[in-house]
Write a protein that binds this ligand. Structure first.
Ligand code: NAD
Ligand code: ZN
Length: 366
């Protein structure tokens, strides 16, 4: 594959389908790729807008402050005001240009403004490319918790321009890799193997593991394969009634670690620890071979991700935080466990003592 090639996937959903493009130099081609006519309203954030908005021939560029704490109804209301002031009617297309925060907010605006207008996703973070931009879930946080208000809104197209990753801060790139590794673990052993060795970049980057995480930028094919895993899962369960839960591998633990560290631990970094914990718990309960944990740790380390839970996180506090997670089913904690790479299942039948033992075993030793 040369750097110039664009990979195209198709996502089917209950009312149609849309293309996902992965490649270089795609933003200026948005109109053609998304077959969009009419005015474009680009919704972006204060980091991404100044870097890339001028590549889209937008009628209007509307900018929110960057960061999860602005993923709120107030930001949504502010966008409604600005769209109305710009005179945008139902013929307009809303374009999300940014990471998962912008994608979720802009998608919710597109789902609700004038009862819904066309929507295009241009994810610019690795996490948004491989996870948030595909599947149609949009929404915002409330003071009571994350993602508590939202809507399903399918885009016309997802355009992942890999050139944008050159400016993505290294910790954000690593965070996205945690989800890529997760997708390999959920359903694609070949992807997981590829992340464990072999060539990583498609543009002359380093083959070694000694460089910075930026030098380890994943190849277009790796990103496309990770998107395919998400695509296959959401196609099988478009409204999150069953199978989609497997996408939460590592997340029951991860969310608890985020909470207990007061969000000092980034989401991707917490998910990385959560993947190790899921493997540890799976082996402890006899589902997975004990060696699986070590394999996962090796891949995470190669992509500059942590594998141990910060020593300040008390197991009991983490367990309590898990109890508050909204992904509980019928009041029981729900875990995604592994039998092997590419073989995961959902269960609520896990003894708290086993969970506590895993949390204790993975705590960083001081
Ligand atoms: N809808 C879904 O299915 C789904 C799935 C997973 C996650 N999410 C949501 O996604 C959000 C997390 O997404 P995220 O990790 O992309 O966070 P983010 O959108 O906050 O982006 C991370 C940071 O990187 C910056 N950034 C993004 N792209 C950049 C680029 N190309 N160059 C320079 N800076 C750039 C952003 O401004 C931000 O500061 C969460 O709100 C989460 O709930 C949604
Ligand atoms: Zn995640």
């Amino acid at each position: 594959m040369t750097a110039a090639e664009t990979i195209q996937l198709t996502v089917n959903h209950p009312t149609g389908h849309y293309p996902v493009y992965v490649g270089h130099g795609l933003l200026p081609r948005l109109r053609q790729l998304a077959s969009s006519r009419g005015p474009l309203a680009v919704l972006t954030d204060s980091n991404v807008g100044p870097l890339y908005a001028d590549q889209l021939a937008a009628s209007v560029v509307l900018t929110m402050p960057a960061g999860e704490r602005h993923k709120t109804l107030a930001t949504v209301a502010h966008f409604y005001d600005q769209l109305l002031a710009a005179g945008l009617d139902r013929g307009a297309t809303i374009v999300a240009l940014g990471g998962g925060v912008v994608g979720d907010v802009a998608g919710f605006v597109a789902a609700t403004y004038l009862r819904g207008v066309n929507f295009v996703q241009c994810p610019t973070s690795l996490l948004a490319m491989v996870d948030a931009s595909v599947g149609g879930k949009t929404g915002v946080d409330l003071p009571q918790g994350k993602n508590l208000v939202g809507a399903f809104k399918q885009p016309q197209a997802v355009i992942a321009d890999l050139d944008t990753l050159t400016t993505l801060p290294a910790p954000e790139l690593a965070a996205g890799m945690a989800e890529v590794i997760k997708h390999g673990l959920i359903a694609n052993p070949d992807l997981f193997e590829q992340l464990d060795g072999g060539r990583r970049t498609n543009d002359g980057g380093s083959d070694t593991f000694t460089g910075s995480v930026q030098a380890l930028r994943p190849a277009a094919a790796v990103i496309a394969t990770a998107i395919q895993v998400k695509r296959d899962v959401v196609e099988a369960d478009p409204f999150e009634q069953g199978r989609r839960a497997v996408l939460n591998l590592g997340h029951t633990f991860g969310h608890a670690i985020e909470q207990v560290t007061g969000y000092e631990t980034g989401h991707g970094q917490a998910v990385a620890m959560g993947l190790v914990a899921a493997a540890n718990l799976s082996a402890r309960l006899g589902y997975a071979p004990p060696a699986l944990q070590g394999r996962i740790e090796r891949v995470l380390q190669r992509w500059h991700l942590p594998t141990r839970i910060p020593s300040g996180c008390q197991p009991a506090a983490l367990l309590q935080a898990m109890g508050r997670d909204k992904k509980k089913l019928d009041g029981r904690l729900r875990f995604i466990l592994l039998r092997d790479v590419g073989d995961v299942f959902v269960t609520s039948d896990v003894a708290e003592t086993a969970v506590l033992a895993t949390l204790q075993a993975l705590r960083e030793k001081i």
